[in-house]
Design a binder for this molecule. Sequence first.
Ligand SMILES: *Cc1c(COP(=O)(O)O)cnc(C)c1O
Length: 387
Amino acid sequence: MGGFIYLDHGSSTPTDPRVVDAMIPYFNKFYSNPSSVYKFAKESNEAKENAREKVAKLLSANPEEIVFTGGGTEADNFAIKGVAFANSKRGNHIITSKIEHHAVLNTCKWLESQGFKVTYVGVDKYGVVDLNELKDAITDRTILITIMHANNEVGTIEPIQEIAEIAKQKDIYLHTDAIQTVGKMSVDVNELGVNLLSLSGHKFYGPKGVGALFIKKGVKIDSLLHGGYHERNKRAGTENIPGIVGLGRTCEIAMEEAEEEENRIKTLRDRLEKGITEKIDDIIINGHPERRLKGTLNLCVKYIEGESMLLQLDYNGIAASSGSACTSDSLEPSHVLTAMGIPPEVAHGSLRFTLGRENTSGDIDRVLEVLPSIVKRLREMSPLRKD
Ligand SMILES: *Cc1c(COP(=O)(O)O)cnc(C)c1O
């Protein structure tokens, strides 16, 4: 794989070797079930609580407000279904946005089949949630607002603090899917004013299949999984101790290094954006110009398909995406770009580069070297081409 360039950190990231090192003893040395009574179990239990403190610290939360989950999708499902069912006597209405990850959108859709009502609020051309539409959607039956902190396709950062003000006035719970922001920018649950917040290890150099849900003290929420009395009776199932230890270490490293790293990544992203804009005509840069994740560059290249560019990039050893990993199997244009008002034929030409820690200036040079000729060749063959 010499020369392989990974520019798809929005889909997943390599696990930091320091995280792997921290996890290994919990596979082969301290392998006891943390719920067991003998002394040997103490190691697993302490490691788990230690990790909980680290996760809490990164979010400025209390350790008792952190519940470990089997990843980000589970945290989103837990937050939304848990609050919906626990508060169904108060109301049955949920507000979300049209640009959420499918972990949120499809959970809301399923809740509609269970008798809940859901409003999907629109966004502006930058992907920012329309706050007036959100306010207007509130009824006295609204129990939950769930809006993502930053969008995974275009990187736009949503005005969560303002939404929190609105939610608070009406006594409505606010959940945010912060899976794209935790470990990449400052995420402080008090500053944001949220009641629930999801995060996932593998999006910021931690292991896959482990995440957490922040549940502010006092929030009424039902369990998603039923079984033993793990995680203060909030999430049944023997805890994934190696994963949890890994997540704790991931948070610790993010706390120390993320800010500096992200600024370095932003410099690379800006150079990639500038280079592509200069070298290729008829492109659109998607997402908010400033309020955007530092490593994300999403663009539409007119007259060609994103998929064909991806194949050509792959042939040249460059891994990118056309938006979200979860939709790349479908022929539908991105629901995020569509909600932003981009016509379907343009949205089909979307390309997402998400930069990360291992990327170098040389990686950007390589993309700027190969992408213009790929686009030129594909456009020459394209039936959509302008004359
Ligand atoms: C990746 C992602 C998820 C899903 O998290 P998993 O840990 O992969 O289940 C949910 N929401 C957003 C915004 C994501 O980027």
